[in-house]
Design a protein around this ligand. Sequence first.
Ligand code: FPP
Length: 244
Amino acid sequence: MNEMKIPEHIAIIMDGNGRWAKKLGLNRIFGHKNGIKAVRDTVEICGEIGVKYLTLYAFSMENWYRPPDEIAALMSLLVEAIVKETPELDKNNVQLRAIGNLSSFPENVAVKLNQAIEFTSKNAGLILTLALSYGSRWEITEAVRAITERAVAGEIKPEDINENVIEQYLTTYSMPDPELIIRTSGEQRLSNFLLWQGAYSELYFPTVLWPDFNKKDLIQAVEEYSKRERRFGKTGEQIREEKK
Ligand code: FPP
């Protein structure tokens, strides 16, 4: 473990809950319930190895198109998990945050979520961000709208709009970009997750289904990341020279 390069920010697309349940002949919702154990394990191991930011894609904007009973079950699971896990998160110095179009969430979910966010807001350990009703295209569209409004009001000149300005309008503005994005279940897509922030992320696609993802799988992902050479468009020689 000494050799591992620990990413400052890991982002995860938790995929495969439905397939996990189907394999056991059970309802998809059973898969989501078992996904919570994997969330707990992942939060713990990230804290243990010194990851500073963990961002989990818990509910995409497209997930609103799922059958109403599955959406309702996911919402109550979310509230239940937030209420139940908050004391433990707090004990472990975890700060909870959320990104996404939270106004589209039922009021009871939003209230519980905001209470948990407030309750853990002073914690200085791992920053756990839940992406809820999140989509990158929505986020970038919102940023464009906000910047345009400022431009129309004469508060910013078009020639002053650059990448740094755009970043300030993204939901992740105070976080570093994720060095590593993991998607479980073998699917190899980003599905509208952190498209701007993930421009240079290393991508890792283990075949394990999310409810089976455990601490060992997270370590394996970090070990794989440690072997990769991040070049940001430069040559390998340039990068090795810079490291000397
Ligand atoms: C994707 O699997 C998973 C989801 C849409 C929901 C993820 C939610 C949880 C793990 C539980 C709650 C989370 C927190 C943070 C408390 P899928 O249903 O798309 O699986 P499939 O591709 O096999 O159908």
